[in-house]
Design a protein around this ligand. Sequence first.
Ligand code: OGA
Ligand code: MN
Length: 295
Amino acid sequence: MAHFTVTPLGDALGAEISGVDLSAPLAADVIDRIKQAWADHLVLRFRGRILTDPQLLAFTRHFGELDPPGPNPYGKPFLSEFPEINVISNIKKDGVPMGNLGDGEAVWHCDMTYIESPPRGALLHALQIPPEGGDTFWSNMYLAWDALPDAMKMQIDGKRAIHDATYNSAGMMRKGMQEVTDPRKAPGAHHPLVIRHPETQRPALFLGRRRNSYIVGMDLDASNALLDTLWAHATQPAFTFRQVWQEGDLIMWDNRCTLHRRDSFDPSASRLMHRTQIKGGKVAPYEPAKLTVAS
Ligand code: OGA
Ligand code: MN
């Protein structure tokens, strides 16, 4: 039996796992219990020593197939030896960014939902952190759905929204994109606003990112008003967990039932994270009626 502890990090979501050495091979029962804790708490934090890149990759592979980073704005992987690893950093070497997202705020989003099959989750490992700022927040989209008034649940169930591919969460235009003037024509996947989580079967609000979002079939102004309401609801502090980073922290999050954002930090400070992500599948609508149909 695996001996480690799972300590919730707040009321909404998040738990710290302690007593596991991530640099060593892990037994199957340890992995199973981590998976269970992940399903229960959505965001897991491991606090400890800095892992090597191969150790980070090996740990990630326990939870599924590696999903390589999205298109790199600079045309080639940040780490040529480990192209499966993404770098999140504001550090520049000879004037060239070593990683993504810079030092500004990264607005609320989930990762790469502009594609049909977004990643199921991601792992972010802190190698270097600024003395202050750059905190990351996650919000629980099961709670957000559960707490919606029934009238609003009925209003959005069955509807789809556009998850815009144009900009990343730091506001940078992705390679090959053009400015969007009409969100109804924004490029990007159309996903159900309420999804059924493939492992837990629980319904979750699935918003993606606010910029250029549009609820398909609605009048544009009505869509904007409804989206603003949903976003304000989904990101309220009662549903969130705040991560104040320490070097060596490793955080893994479920990308189907959480949103995240990051605070800005002092541009003269250095922040360096190595990041992996896990392949996911097409997200399925909640469709509560189907629950009663035995298969
Ligand atoms: C990410 C991300 C936030 C951060 O890696 O997907 O949004 O804290 N990072 O750097
Ligand atoms: Mn992100």
